[in-house]
Design a protein around this ligand. Sequence first.
Ligand SMILES: [Zn+2]
Length: 130
Amino acid sequence: MVFDPSFGDILAVRIVLGLVIGLVLGSFTTMLSYRIPRRLSIVTPPSHCPHCRAQLTVRDLVPVFSWLSGKGKCRYCGHAIGARYIAIELLTTLAVTAAFVGIGLTPALIAALLGIIALVTMITINLERR
Ligand SMILES: [Zn+2]
């Protein structure tokens, strides 16, 4: 195998981009899968705790890390936040990272990302209806 030093850089860039964008899209997918079946607007209001309605700040919205630092509870009312949100975020992050690595930074990536968001949202909504 021929060693190409730029390959590792490119792969690392793809992985880092995939993880960062995957976490953001995972958070977005969580919001969609909660609001669409409840016929809530996906634009307003800003993210809030569904239990106490406290509006979430940037500190509360860091995907996965906010949940871990709050030990899975709302920082304002202590209401438990389902681990399913984290499962959705991690699943989306995994799929998005795989897309970045496998497809690279091409126009096809956009289609793949939209497909992932749609698929994960639909799967989640369907699982919750059972
Ligand atoms: Zn709350």
